[in-house]
Write a protein that binds this ligand. Structure first.
Ligand SMILES: C[S@@+](CC[C@H](N)C(=O)[O-])C[C@H]1O[C@@H](n2cnc3c(N)ncnc32)[C@H](O)[C@@H]1O
Length: 310
């Protein structure tokens, strides 16, 4: 029988996002993100249900801390607390809310109380999605606010969170996004309190990026960055996926390596068909691959998030 307040250990059910329309990530990937925020050493597994995208764990954190930490996660949809005590015969009530049940349920000689600790805010996710985000765009010399501009290019809020989590940064790093686009990664870096610089080749994106990055923005080609050697602690970026830019992206890798400090990190969200060539380039420059995760962006578009350190 469990008495969490006494043992200072809490039991939770963790529900990861399920794949929708072929998009999303595997169980192990969602679990890796969870552990990057909650810590491998602090998490004890009771049971895992990969097919149901769920795991039952014990952890030292009380519900209010779990809620706060969970808000950073991209692929965790909900967390319920599990409290178990002996069943003494009274009527038990429970109800389902989406994927999980809440209330009292019977388990052998015991009864279990399930309470909701965290539920991902779906409205906020939709509000910040690339097709809904507003952006200051420069066109023909004037600036206007547009909505959903080049929506298929922008990173989703969940993927931006995921990328920042599995990067496992300390919190004080100065970050560069050299293919900043519509700023999805820049927004997430700023939200987490990092100092972030953005560069982008497309001049029309200047006002929007300046707005998100507190004017830390330069219009520049990632193959020729306007920074001294070893300027940034980390580079976190999503280069173009289109095959027509593949050589440009490959040509930019040595520039990214040049402007990152040692020790430092490079985190790339790339199209799957660039994976092997980029791995080769990073290995050649002695970067160590810390993580390689697959994400399906659209029904056919496979991508990888790669984390290197030096
Ligand atoms: C996939 S988008 C980045 C999306 C961004 N992460 C977001 O959430 O909006 C890639 C960006 O790279 C820019 N780009 C393409 N070639 C470039 C180059 N050589 N140097 C810098 N930026 C480049 C494109 O204009 C595009 O905005």
């Amino acid at each position: 029988m469990e008495n969490p307040d006494y043992k200072n250990v809490y039991r939770y059910q963790v529900f990861f996002r399920t794949k929708k329309g072929g998009c999303g990530i595997e169980y192990e990937t969602a679990k890796a993100e969870f552990l990057s925020v909650f810590g491998e050493n602090d998490t004890e597994f009771i049971w895992e249900y990969p097919g149901r995208m769920r795991m039952d764990i014990k952890i030292k954190y009380p519900p209010e801390i779990v809620r706060k930490k969970a808000e950073k996660l991209g692929y965790t949809m909900g967390i319920t607390r599990v409290y178990e005590e002996p069943y003494r015969g009274a009527a038990l009530y429970s109800y389902r809310t989406g994927r999980w049940a809440l209330g009292w349920i019977r388990k052998g000689d015991n009864k279990i109380l399930l309470t909701e600790v965290y539920r991902q805010d779906e409205d906020k996710i939709l509000e910040n999605a690339p097709d809904r985000r507003t952006f200051l765009l420069e066109q023909d010399g004037s600036v206007s606010e547009v909505k959903g501009h080049r929506k298929r290019r922008g990173v989703s809020p969940n993927d931006a969170k995921f990328i920042l989590n599995i990067a496992r940064l300390q919190g004080k790093e100065v970050i560069l996004d050299p293919f900043a686009g519509l700023g999805g990664l820049v927004i997430e870096c700023v939200e987490r309190g990092f100092k972030v610089h953005a560069t982008e080749i497309d001049k029309s994106l200047r006002p929007g990026l300046a707005d998100f990055s507190d004017n830390q923005l330069a219009i520049a080609d990632a193959r020729k960055l306007p920074f001294r050697d070893k300027t940034f602690d980390s580079i976190i970026t999503e280069p173009p996926f289109d095959i027509k830019y593949r050589q440009d992206v490959l040509d930019s890798i040595s520039e990214l390596q040049r402007v990152v400090k040692s020790p430092g990190k490079i985190v790339l969200f790339i199209a799957a068909d660039m994976h092997d060539q980029i791995l080769e380039k990073m290995k050649y420059a002695n970067f160590q691959l810390d993580a390689d995760f697959k994400i399906r962006r659209h029904s056919k578009l496979m991508s990888h998030v790669l984390v290197w350190s030096i």
